[in-house]
Design a protein. Structure first.
Length: 119
């Protein structure tokens, strides 16, 4: 199983981006997932997550601006980021517990994807 994150880029303040996190492999299915970010000089911080019942939660700094969702095939999760601010600039990571064709769960990290918010 592999977990791949993508969708970062350069956007102006107030703009939007949508990050994707896709699990690939035999029978890969994302059980629960979380998005983290790490700005230069800062620790990696948890910002949003979604559970197996598709209930999503957010930290205060992104609540109302970011939305976590799950793909219909349940091997992908997304982070829709709206009204982006310069302080959202960071490398974004997805983390997920992924089940395989044997229904065994393992924890995976996707590679980071850079989000830069600047005019």
């Amino acid at each position: 199983v592999q977990l791949q994150a993508s969708g970062g880029g350069l956007v102006q303040p107030g703009g939007s981006l949508k990050l994707s996190c896709v699990a690939s492999g035999n029978g890969a299915s994302i059980v629960v997932a979380a998005w983290y970010r790490q700005a230069p000089g800062n620790q990696r911080e948890l910002i949003a997550w979604i559970d197996n019942d598709d209930i999503s939660s957010y930290v205060d700094s992104v609540k109302g601006r970011f939305t976590v969702s799950r793909g219909d095939a349940r091997n992908s999760v997304y982070l829709q980021m709206d009204n982006l601010k310069p302080e959202d600039t960071a490398v974004y990571f997805c983390n997920a517990k992924v089940s395989d064709h044997l229904n065994l769960w393992n924890d995976y990290w996707g590679q980071g994807t850079q989000v830069t918010v600047s005019s």
